[in-house]
Design a protein. Structure first.
Lengths: 401, 361
């Protein structure tokens, strides 16, 4: 892996259980409170229900959009994209005049459309639409393109929980290789009955608020939301007279090649992904001001990350956002990416919610208080079903530390 | 663009492997391999399908190792093993290999089974294996695990644009030196739900196809087509260079291909190819059926034709605003094109295009 050019981020948007825009979400983390609750929109068979982190309603503002949109997944995406576009100082006319691509990570994208089809088939009814029509109606990238009349390529990455970190990494390549002038990159996932029951079936869900890296951790809580960013070419930024807000300095991805639902016991894929991301940015582990961990609260995931952080980033404090917003699956990498940049901008990281008792089997623990950080670069990592691991190195200065 | 196709692995209704595809293409015939009975509230019907047999996966892995692997992942695995064998790329030579899987439907059978248990029975203790296999990235993950590959693994699900985007990503990874080789391909499986869909398109139904529906020109298909891409190679055993790959503007025109490019068009579309000079159009969906990743089979045929210099009889060709049958009976002919482009007009308005160029001899 050779060193690659940094790619500028000019705008960001986020909504999740912590708030309906990025400033609110970032402030929420530093208040140290959290409000997991039983799902309000799902039919629940378990008693008591497993807590989740839902986006508070009403979150969707149809008045800012030109097109109607009924799917919650696309509504979440459109709200985050609208915020990112506004933050970047772009408007619809500017977007229409440039080659603007869309690269979105999601894990429930196709499943949502499948549910309607499944209902038709189970009732022996011929579906009212064909698969292609269903795709057009349910794909967030298509909805974003239609809403903002974008003419560039659209891509949906479905790498499970690493999907949106990968989407951002791929979008940076689109910019570097001149495929687009700008890319809307990020991820979205709504809370969905299939994943809710799926993680219960895997015995990976915690019946109480999740406790990442804690000795008593017992699994994850699901969440929902979207994180989006605008990546732009240097030429477009210069033409617009805009200053970048942050940079994608490095991206790495690697596979565990081990087991579908269990991470490699020594975190082989995650280590390779981190090494690749650092090399791509021409950076060293000690350049990292902090690590935004995947930190789901599952036994294996947290153990592997803690051991790797101890070996690779012994100097860097780390935390997990999952205790505040739950695990947002395909959106997690992007939400963590924009929150990582928000933390760099504020020069501090929040306490890792849910952590109180150090695990004697883990060599390091996350921060338990709001912690000041030094430096302008941080790393955010994700682990996913299938052994997909991704890492993004993000900075608020182009040349790093 | 710096990539060369050095190996191809295909499995579909035509059989398994490059030679089976060549044989079917040379004969110009495609016969759906299986029929399914569909009982709906409106009609009982036999649905024909180009269904794929993955039995020969046993040539590469033990049956025991496959016991938790569903049909969708088996299709992708078999295509992958065949492509690697065709390229002669063993693990000592492939360096850091990336894996990119394109799919339009994902693992539909396991997804529907899991949906049935969670939605009808509301069973929170439904099969964790079905849940795991229903995740779209399952096939890519199984490929990586079986091959022991630690490179980047990616699954793209942009319906009928998935294949061209997968090729674009594979070429970008090579360009950035992220990997030394890429295993890239597409896979989709047939499910009962697909059979129901075909009934939607039957003429005479009260709520038949709307202007938003693309028309399936062939019986439903399933299968996988995988490719080994390596950095530019002039080796005689290679198939072709990938000279461009990507998706062009929504409702725009395809990127300009080199002059005298033969175009293979996947016919499941509401749009048709623009008339461009003396461009020759062809289609081969009659060999593999109708599926979102059908373009991957077109790419395989384009690569084979450029390597062998043989042109196979086309099925339904799309030329300008007209669709017409060419003459499949004309048999195999010589090919004098240096470039073959594969085109797919997406249902959401975009255009996927992968252009191959022959290896200099």
């Amino acid at each position: 892996m050779r060193r690659l050019r940094p790619v500028a981020i000019t705008g960001m948007g986020c909504l999740c259980a912590a708030g309906l825009d990025l400033p609110t979400c970032a402030d929420y983390l530093f208040k140290g409170k959290r409000f997991p609750a039983p799902p309000s929109r799902l039919a629940i068979a378990t008693s008591p229900p497993y807590p989740v982190f839902e986006v508070p309603d009403p979150f969707f503002d149809a008045t800012v959009l030109n097109h109607a949109c009924r799917l919650r997944n696309s509504q979440l995406a459109l709200m985050a994209v609208s915020e990112a576009i506004k933050d970047a100082g772009l408007d619809r006319r500017m977007l229409g005049a440039e080659r603007v691509g869309i690269c979105i990570g999601s894990s429930v994208d196709e499943s949502i459309g499948n549910r309607a089809l499944r209902n038709s088939v189970s009732q022996a009814e011929i579906p009212v639409i064909t698969p292609d029509h269903r795709f057009v109606l349910s794909n967030p990238a298509v909805h974003i393109a239609q809403e903002f009349e974008l003419s560039g390529p659209r891509q949906t990455v479905v790498n499970a929980c690493a999907a949106s970190a990968d989407a951002i990494g791929l979008a940076a390549t689109w910019i570097r290789q001149g495929i687009c002038d700008a890319v809307i990159a990020g991820g979205v996932d709504e809370l969905y009955q299939v994943t809710y029951n799926g993680f219960i079936s895997l015995m990976n869900s915690d019946r109480t608020p999740c406790k990442p890296f804690d000795a008593d951790r017992d699994g994850l809580n699901l969440g929902e939301g979207a994180g989006m960013m605008i990546l732009e070419t240097e030429e477009l930024i210069r033409r617009r007279g805009k200053s970048p807000r942050a940079y994608v300095l490095g991206y790495g991805a690697a596979s565990d090649a081990y087991h579908f639902t269990t991470p490699h016991p020594e975190g082989k894929g995650l280590r390779l992904a981190i090494v690749e991301a650092l090399r791509a940015g021409g950076l060293k582990p000690e350049d990292m001001a902090f690590v935004n961990a995947h930190g789901t609260g599952t036994l294996d995931n947290d153990r592997i990350e803690a051991h790797l952080f101890h070996q690779m980033f012994p100097q860097a404090p780390f935390f997990s956002t999952k205790g505040y917003i739950g695990h947002t699956l395909g959106a997690a990498g992007a939400i963590d990416a924009v929150l990582t940049i928000a933390c760099l901008e504020q020069g501090k990281i929040p306490r890792s919610a849910g952590f109180s008792t150090p695990d004697p089997e883990l060599p390091v623990s996350p921060v338990s208080d709001v912690t000041a950080i030094t430096g302008s670069i941080a790393i955010s990592d994700t682990l996913a079903f299938g052994g997909n691991n991704s890492a993004l190195v993000l900075g608020i200065e182009e040349n790093g530390a | 663009m710096k990539a060369t196709i050095t190996g191809i692995g295909v499995v579909g209704g035509f059989g398994c492997g490059v030679s089976a595809l060549e044989k079917a293409a040379a004969e110009g015939s495609g016969t759906p391999s299986k029929k399914f009975k569909i009982c709906t509230t409106e009609v009982q019907a036999d649905v024909s399908g180009f269904l794929a047999d993955t039995t020969s996966l046993a040539d590469f892995v033990t049956r025991k190792a496959l016991r938790r692997i569903d049909h969708f992942a088996r299709l992708a695995l078999l295509g992958s093993y065949l492509a690697l064998a065709d390229a002669g790329l063993d693990e000592n030579r492939r360096g850091r290999m990336g894996i990119v899987v394109a799919t339009g439907y994902g693992s539909t059978c396991d997804t529907f089974d899991f949906l049935n248990t969670t939605l009808d029975e509301d069973d929170p203790c439904s099969s964790p294996i079905r849940f795991a296999n229903s995740v779209h990235s399952a096939a890519a993950a199984h490929i990586a695990a079986f091959l022991g590959e630690h490179g980047p693994t990616l699954t793209i699900n942009q319906y009928d644009m998935s294949v061209s985007l997968a090729f674009q990503t594979a070429c970008q990874w090579l360009e950035e030196d992220r990997v030394d080789s890429v295993l890239v391909g597409g896979a989709d499986e047939f499910s009962r739900a697909m059979g129901f869909y075909t009934q939607h398109l039957q003429p005479g139904r009260k709520s038949g196809p709307s202007p938003n529906d693309a028309i399936m020109q062939s019986p439903v298909g399933e299968g996988s087509a995988f490719f080994v891409l390596e950095k530019d190679s002039e080796e005689r055993s290679s198939y072709a260079h990938v000279s461009s790959a990507g998706v062009t503007a929504m409702n725009g025109s395809p990127d300009a291909a080199p002059p005298e490019t033969m175009m293979i068009v996947n016919p499941d579309s509401r749009r048709t190819a623009p008339q461009r000079g003396n461009t020759e159009y062809a289609s081969f969906a009659h060999l593999y059926g109708s599926l979102p990743v059908g373009m991957a089979f077109d790419i395989a045929l384009a690569a084979i034709m450029l390597k062998t210099g043989r042109r196979y009889p086309s099925g339904l060709a799309i030329d300008g605003d007209r669709r017409h049958e060419t003459t499949p009976s004309r048999g195999v002919q010589g090919i004098d094109h240096r470039h073959i482009g594969c085109l797919k007009f997406g249902v959401a308005g975009d255009i996927g295009q992968v252009v191959l160029t022959s290896i200099k001899k």
